[in-house]
Design a protein around this ligand. Structure first.
Ligand code: LER
Ligand code: MN
Length: 270
């Protein structure tokens, strides 16, 4: 199974679940030293770095780009696709499309996580879902133009009230014909929301494109109480071809988290 590690350059997310916060050149070097196949980038804005500069780092360190997070649009710029203000929604869409284009130049899908926003007093749930479906239709068409998919990530109840579980999200994507949008299954959120990690991964497998492989406490697997063996066996049995990505807290240190992550994705040979 392919491994990826998160590199975050967003100062507002300094305490977030990202392994390396160094400048990109150093982050790439550390990712390669730990033996990761790819990096997942969390950038402050789409023009923070050019695709040429990223390709240069990829070539130097033999790393793929697994995905590009868009959450800076929320944590840095206060944007969401379901905001009550049409200008904010438009800016959110433009921010995501620019990251989809950057990903397009790198062969990497972008992710919708926190920028899905929430429903509330100004925007009720049906209207929020309508905004979401309209935006996803535009975003997925752009991703498809690049020959890529786009990842939609259900989040736990403390982060969104739109989609918390895989199955309802998959049904929503299907209902709206969003064939180029795949699920991002984050085991940390699933640990809070799903009845069974294995059942949920199995039942929604064909809709899943990417996995944030995190323990119950959002550290590297092995540092919390999630049992990785049935999960890894299930993914192997289903022939999962995507990434297991280390979107985890950098604890006890970034290097120890990275090292534990790499150990945690190996199936024991019995
Ligand atoms: C993003 O991948 C994620 O999992 C969220 O919890 C970030 O807010
Ligand atoms: Mn995640």
């Amino acid at each position: 199974m392919k491994s990826a590690v998160t590199l975050c350059r967003v100062s507002e997310a300094a305490l977030g679940p990202f392994v390396f916060h160094d400048e990109l050149a150093i982050g790439f070097e550390k990712a390669a030293a730990h033996g990761f196949d790819a990096v997942e980038l969390f950038l402050p804005s789409p023009d923070y770095v050019t695709s040429g500069d990223i390709r240069e780092l990829q070539k130097r360190h033999q790393l793929d780009i697994a995905a590009l997070g868009t959450g800076a649009g929320m944590v840095k710029h206060g944007l969401s696709l379901t905001d009550g203000d049409a200008t904010v929604r438009k800016n959110a869409l433009d921010f995501i499309l620019a990251l989809v284009d950057l990903g397009g130049a790198l062969g990497a899908p972008a992710i919708l996580g926190s920028m899905q926003g929430k429903h509330g007093p100004l925007v009720d749930k049906p209207r929020a879902l309508q905004f979401l479906a309209e935006a996803l239709a535009i975003i997925s068409a752009r991703a498809a133009d690049h020959g890529l998919v786009f990842f939609y990530e259900p989040l736990n109840r403390y982060e969104t009230n739109l989609f918390n579980r895989l199955a309802p999200t998959a049904a929503f994507l299907e209902q709206h014909g969003l064939r180029h949008v795949k699920l991002l299954a984050d085991l940390f959120h699933m640990n809070i929301e799903e009845t069974s990690l294995v059942d949920s991964l199995t039942e929604n497998f064909t809709a899943i494109g990417h996995i944030h492989f995190a323990d119950s406490n959002r550290q590297a697997i092995g540092f919390g109480h999630t049992d990785p063996l049935p999960i890894l066996q299930t993914l192997q049995r289903l022939d999962y071809q995507g990434y297991l990505s280390a979107e985890i807290l950098p604890l006890p240190t970034p290097d120890e988290a990275a090292g534990q992550f790499i150990r945690s994705i190996r199936l024991p040979t019995i």
